[in-house]
Design a protein around this ligand. Structure first.
Ligand SMILES: Nc1ncnc2c1ncn2[C@@H]1O[C@H](COP(=O)(O)OP(=O)(O)OP(=O)(O)O)[C@@H](O)[C@H]1O
Ligand SMILES: [Mg+2]
Length: 322
């Protein structure tokens, strides 16, 4: 197992007291596998990624029965050990490439520096590997572009540079946190195809966080649906997309017939009435019950367990309560 997360809970110390943003989250990822993570804004997708990268802010407290990468415990890892892992075996692509690139240095400088940190290269070798990477991510006239500053690149181009930097260390796991939201639709498609292509060629594992169910349907092996910091449904992508069993998943897919999701590839999350609960006012029982049209008394009182693929007392079958 490449990544093994069991019962991960993330709590923030805030002026309102401790708030639990991620609760009892369990999932794992094998080498070469692609996992799609979906859920509305505020469901805990990004902070889960930050926990895996060891980048949570200090006011966040983590607990987990297991949080391991290649069998090594991440919770007890020292900052020194993190530096060897982060950006090398585990790399991440952020939503906004401009915030992750340093405006004061050329693209080439930043790529070369990254390569010198993580790979055993001379400066000359690092420069030629930079050219090679720029070609791999489909940047035309790469030697010119290496001399450019980030602000001289288009958004799509900057995103490609970010991808080049992320894969420069040959990571085993690449986490892409909404890598294309800032881009227009045609560029989004190109970037996603590129990511998928690189994932296959390099046999990397990929965690793809997105609001776009079409993207998940086309590009992932498995899917994990998050709601209010919990995984509410997980399974093989095609299975979940065509036969959702959690009312939340079904709600996300509503209005997007499965055929449309899997072929057209552009299905934004439709809105389900109501909102993700404020962490200060989590409902009792199932977190989704206030928005669920199938909720019953038990759902208002008790919390469904995460054993099994669907965190629901009354999972759907063919779109209806069984
Ligand atoms: N530093 C912090 N202090 C307190 N709460 C935080 C902090 N960072 C994140 N949170 C809370 O954790 C929850 C999950 O946030 P997260 O950024 O992981 O959401 P997300 O699923 O990535 O959403 P989006 O789709 O908008 O990116 C939110 O309720 C957020 O307010
Ligand atoms: Mg996020």
């Amino acid at each position: 197992m490449l990544l093994d997360v069991q019962n991960l809970t993330i709590t923030f110390d805030t002026k309102y007291g401790p708030l639990t943003a991620v609760r009892d989250l369990s999932f794992s990822l094998k080498m070469g596998e692609t996992l799609g993570v979906v859920g509305e804004s505020g469901c805990g997708k990004s902070i889960t990624n930050l926990a895996i990268m060891g980048l949570l802010p200090t006011q966040a407290k983590i607990s987990a029965t297991r949080l391991a990468f290649e069998g090594n415990d991440l919770v007890s890892m020292s900052e020194r050990q993190w530096q060897r892992l982060r950006g090398k075996d585990i790399a991440m692509i952020f939503q906004d490439p401009m915030s992750a690139l340093n405006p004061c240095y050329t693209v080439g400088h930043q790529l070369v520096e990254t390569l010198l940190v993580h790979r055993d290269f001379s400066k000359k070798e690092a420069w030629s590997e930079s050219l090679n990477l720029m070609e791999q991510v489909g940047i035309p006239a790469p030697s010119e572009r290496l001399k450019a500053y980030p602000h001289e690149l288009s958004g799509g181009m900057a995103q490609r540079v970010m991808i080049a930097m992320a894969i420069s260390s040959n990571p085993k796991l690449l986490i892409a946190d909404e890598p294309t939201t800032a881009l227009d639709v045609t560029i989004q498609d190109q970037i996603l195809r590129l990511l998928k292509d690189l994932q296959e060629k390099r046999q990397m594992s990929l965690m793809l966080v997105t609001h776009d169910l079409g993207v998940v349907a086309q590009n992932t092996d498995r899917i994990q649906v998050m709601y209010a910091g919990e995984v509410v449904e997980s399974g093989l992508t095609q299975e979940v997309i065509h036969h959702p069993t959690h009312p939340y998943t079904s709600g996300l897919l509503a209005g997007h017939p499965t055929a449309e999701v899997s072929t057209k590839g552009k299905a934004r999350l439709p809105s389900i009435p109501g909102m993700v609960p404020d962490l200060r006012h989590r409902p009792q029982g199932c977190q989704f019950h206030p928005r669920c049209s199938y909720a019953q008394d038990k759902c208002r009182r008790e919390m469904p367990s995460d054993a099994g693929p669907t965190r629901c007392f009354y999972p759907l079958s063919n779109g209806r309560p069984a």
